[in-house]
Design a protein around this ligand. Structure first.
Ligand SMILES: *Cc1c(COP(=O)(O)O)cnc(C)c1O
Length: 357
C-alpha cells in the first residue's frame, strides 16, 4: 500500500503533557491521523497521514442515520530498549474485518492496516509516553460516508485512525470495582451485533451504566438476552471467574465480543497448566460459589486496563463481596505477565509483540 505522509508544520503542533500522571484516557489526541477512502469500483484508495483535524462529512452520510460504523482499540508503547511496539495487532485487524463483514462493510487487508497504524505511530512517535504502563492508544474506525437515506449498505466509506497518549490505568493502585448485575437491560442478543465492535452496542449500553452509576456502582454485569440467566460481559470488558482451581469465562457464542486480552489470558492460563473452561456460567452459580467461599476472584479483561478486578457484585439487592475486595492472586499474576511481555521484561514466547520502530 502506498501511504503519502504530510506532516504537521511546527506551528500546527500541539504539546504533549509533560506529566504522564495527568494523561487520563481518551482526552488528548496526537498531531496526525491516517485517512483512506473507499468507493465501489476503485476500492480502498488515497491512503495518507495528515495533520489531525476535523472531518468534513455530508449531513446525509449514512453512518449518521443508520450507524454503519465499526472500530478497534489497541496500544503502541515503548517496549524493550528504544523500540516502539504494538501488542497482537493482527488480532485487532482480523476482528475489524469480521465486524466489517457483519455490518456489510468492505474489509481491509490486515497487512495494510498494520502499515497504516505503523505510519501513524512513526509520525507521532514523540507522543508515546515513556513511563511504565502508559501508551499511545490507537483508535481505527470505518464508517459509511455515502450521502443517501435509503437503508442498504453504503457504497462509500472512510477508514480513519486517530491516536492519543493515555496514562497508566493503575497509577493510583488497583481499586476493585463495584458491579451491579443488570436485571432489565441487555447488551446484545445472539444473532445481533454483540460480537462486532460497533458503536451501536455502546449506545445501547449507556442507560444501564448511567442508572448503575446513579446508584453508586462503577459498571454493570450483563446477562444473556434470553432469560437473564447466564453471565456475558462486565461493562465493556470480557469477564473471568476463579472458582476453586478453575478459571472460567463464558464461551463465544455470538453475543460476546472476542477480546484480544481474553484470548491472551486463556493462552497463558493453559500454558501454566491451570484448569481453564470456556463454558456457560449462570448468575446463580456465581451467587452460590460466592456464598460457599469457592469463588476466589472475578475480573474483567480489555486493552485499556488489561485486568480489572471486581470487588463486589450486587444481585437482586444482595451485595456479594469477592476476595475481600482486593486484587486477587490470579488477576495479579496475569496482569504482571501480560504487561511484562508488552514492556519487554518477560520473554515473548508467542510472538505477540510487534515492533513498529
Ligand atoms: C473491545 C471490547 C472488549 C475487550 O477486547 P480487547 O480486545 O481485549 O480490548 C470486551 N468487550 C467489549 C464489549 C468490547 O467492545
Amino acid at each position: 500500500m502506498d501511504i503519502s505522509v504530510h506532516l504537521a508544520a511546527e506551528s500546527q503542533r500541539k504539546r504533549r503533557p509533560a506529566d504522564d500522571s495527568s494523561l487520563g484516557f481518551g482526552k488528548i489526541f496526537s498531531d496526525h491521523m491516517f485517512l483512506m477512502e473507499y468507493s465501489n469500483g476503485p476500492g480502498w484508495h488515497n491512503a495518507r497521514v495528515v495533520p489531525y483535524g476535523p472531518l468534513s462529512l455530508d449531513p446525509a452520510a449514512m453512518v449518521l442515520h443508520y450507524g454503519q460504523e465499526i472500530f478497534e482499540g489497541l496500544k503502541a508503547y515503548r517496549g524493550a530498549g528504544e523500540s516502539i511496539c504494538l501488542f497482537r495487532p493482527r488480532m485487532n485487524f482480523e476482528r475489524l474485518n469480521r465486524s466489517a463483514a457483519r455490518l456489510c462493510m468492505p474489509e481491509i487487508p490486515p497487512d495494510d492496516q498494520i502499515e497504516a497504524v505503523s505510519a501513524l505511530v512513526r509520525a507521532d512517535r514523540d507522543w508515546i509516553p515513556s513511563s511504565r504502563g502508559t501508551s499511545l492508544y490507537i483508535r481505527p474506525v470505518v464508517m459509511a460516508t455515502e450521502p443517501a437515506l435509503g437503508v442498504r449498505p453504503a457504497a462509500e466509506y472512510l477508514y480513519f485512525i486517530i491516536a492519543g497518549p493515555v496514562g497508566n490505568y493503575y497509577s493510583r493502585g488497583f481499586d476493585p470495582v463495584r458491579i451491579l448485575v443488570e436485571q432489565r437491560f441487555v447488551r446484545a442478543a445472539r444473532g445481533g451485533v454483540g460480537e462486532a465492535k460497533t458503536g451501536g452496542n455502546y449506545a445501547a449500553s449507556l442507560l444501564a451504566a448511567k442508572k448503575a452509576k446513579e446508584k453508586g456502582y462503577d459498571q454493570v454485569l450483563w446477562l444473556d438476552a434470553g432469560r437473564l440467566e447466564y453471565v456475558e460481559e462486565v461493562g465493556t470488558m470480557n469477564i473471568f471467574f476463579v472458582m476453586d482451581d478453575e478459571l472460567v469465562t463464558p464461551p463465544l457464542t455470538g453475543s460476546i465480543l472476542p477480546g484480544v486480552t481474553r484470548d491472551s489470558v486463556l493462552r497463558l492460563a493453559r500454558e501454566w497448566g491451570w484448569k481453564v473452561s470456556e463454558r456457560p456460567i449462570g448468575i446463580e452459580e456465581v451467587r452460590k460459589a460466592a456464598a460457599d467461599g469457592s469463588m476466589r476472584e472475578v475480573f474483567g479483561t480489555g486493552t485499556a486496563a488489561v485486568i480489572s478486578p471486581v470487588g463486589s457484585l450486587s444481585y437482586k439487592g444482595e451485595e456479594i463481596t469477592i476476595g475481600g475486595g482486593r486484587m486477587g492472586e490470579v488477576a495479579g499474576k496475569l496482569y504482571a505477565e501480560i504487561t511484562g511481555i508488552q514492556y519487554g521484561e518477560v520473554p515473548d514466547r508467542y510472538g505477540w509483540v510487534h515492533k513498529v520502530a
